[in-house]
Design a binder for this molecule. Structure first.
Ligand code: LMR
Length: 396
């Protein structure tokens, strides 16, 4: 009797499954607006020059491939934490772990909450990254949604968000997107973050911040405003940080988990439990990508080069947003797409429905996520007119 005979087929992942379908599509004009990977104006994802420079240094100097500690490299933990906390006084309890990507950090957090707190419900924005509920549910935690997106105006439903957060029961946990909200591209303003932080503080709620696009919105410092504001309000936090996008280290799986606690002793105990979770899962983190990040952050010249390359990616994303909105407007699509220019990061919800998304895929080879999310970094000067024409057709 085959042991696996009763297993059913799982549905493809809504984002990474799309990349598989895209690769299998023979259409020579196909365009991938699905997965959140930065592409340049020729539609290529290329390794950052600064990463190549850091890798060269490592290749020459790295003495050993010995195991890292369970929590990873301590200097990496410190440098990556500083990217978030510049200019704020941090709470007495802190711990940082190097993790395999931002998703790895989220899963460590989920297991930690399941094993070490009282299996709290995790509240997330509606909508959120589709993998968020899955990561927490797989660890055995229930998830619920707070209002976030106002689909009628393609903007933030701030009143709804605040009202829902005010009703989150004590003991539950609130997941927030640090910047460049995925999938809407809509972030609260700095003043709104202050109000959000105040609600979390008043209700004594633990926050999880997922920050995967720092530097893709308004700037490295600007994009950490949520974390800084929450820390200034003395909210306890677990921050999951990804370097896939801002260092272009997608396949190296580089991330970090930072715990901020109002008590030094609690952070110390929590770190010991987080290490148990890591040890029983992947034992200790992979080194290469994190060493690249550490090498860059620890060296003034490389750091400056990184910030320039990051600024270049940011400028292209924000520029293509304006060009896309203008071209849609000029094509007379009969809808206001000016929201594209107000949103930040790689994503926007276009407002296209599943049927329209399906048609674009079948008839034009345009791949976007089923909820109508587009990765604007997939747009190039040469494919933008094609995309606009196709979108205008399905909207007509
Ligand atoms: C995305 O949302 O496209 C990215 O975060 C990549 C992923 O892992 O889904």
């Amino acid at each position: 009797m085959p042991h696996f005979a009763a297993i059913s087929v799982a549905p493809p992942d809504p984002i990474l499954g799309l990349t598989e379908a895209f690769k299998a599509d023979p259409n020579p004009n196909k365009i991938n607006f699905g997965v959140g990977v930065y592409l340049d104006d020729k539609g290529r994802n290329t390794t950052l020059q600064v990463v190549k420079a850091a890798e060269q240094r490592l290749w020459e100097a790295e003495p050993s491939k010995n195991y890292l500690p369970i929590a990873g490299d301590a200097q990496y933990g410190e440098l990556t934490r500083q990217l978030l906390t510049e200019g704020v006084s941090v709470p007495p309890g802190q711990a940082s772990l190097q993790t395999p990507g931002g998703t790895g950090a989220l899963r460590v957090v989920a297991d930690f909450l399941a094993h070490n707190l009282d299996r709290p419900t995790v509240w997330m924005p509606g909508p959120t990254w589709p993998n968020h509920p899955k990561v927490f549910n797989t660890a055995g935690l229930p998830t619920k949604t707070y209002r976030y997106f106002d689909s009628a105006h393609n903007s933030l439903d701030f009143e709804g968000m605040l009202a829902d957060l005010q009703n989150v029961p004590q003991g539950d946990v609130v997941l927030l997107h640090g910047c460049c909200h995925n999938p809407t591209g809509i972030d609260p303003t700095p003043a709104q973050w202050q109000q959000i932080a105040q609600v979390l503080k008043d209700r004594d709620l633990l926050g999880i911040v997922d920050i995967a696009y720092q530097g893709f919105g308004d700037g490295l410092h600007e994009d950490a405003v949520a974390v800084r504001t929450l820390l200034e309000a003395h909210v306890e936090l677990l921050v999951c940080q990804s370097f896939s996008k801002n260092f272009g280290l997608y396949n190296e799986r580089v991330g970090a988990l930072h715990l901020f606690s109002s008590e030094g002793d609690s952070a110390h105990r929590a770190l010991s439990q987080l290490k148990v979770i890591v040890r029983t899962n992947y034992s200790n983190p992979p080194a290469h990508g994190a060493l690249v990040v550490r090498t860059i952050l620890a060296d003034d010249q490389l750091r400056q080069q990184w910030q320039q390359e990051l600024a270049g990616m940011r400028a292209r994303i924000n520029g293509i947003r304006s060009q896309f909105a203008e071209a849609l407007n000029a094509a007379g699509v009969g809808r206001d797409f000016s929201f594209l220019t107000r949103q930040r990061g790689m994503f926007s919800l276009t407002g296209l429905n599943l049927e329209q998304v399906d048609r674009l895929r079948r008839e034009d080879g345009l791949y976007m996520v089923g909820n109508g999310r587009i990765n604007v970094a997939g747009l190039t000067p040469s494919n933008l007119p094609i995309a606009v024409k196709a979108i205008a057709r399905v909207l007509s």
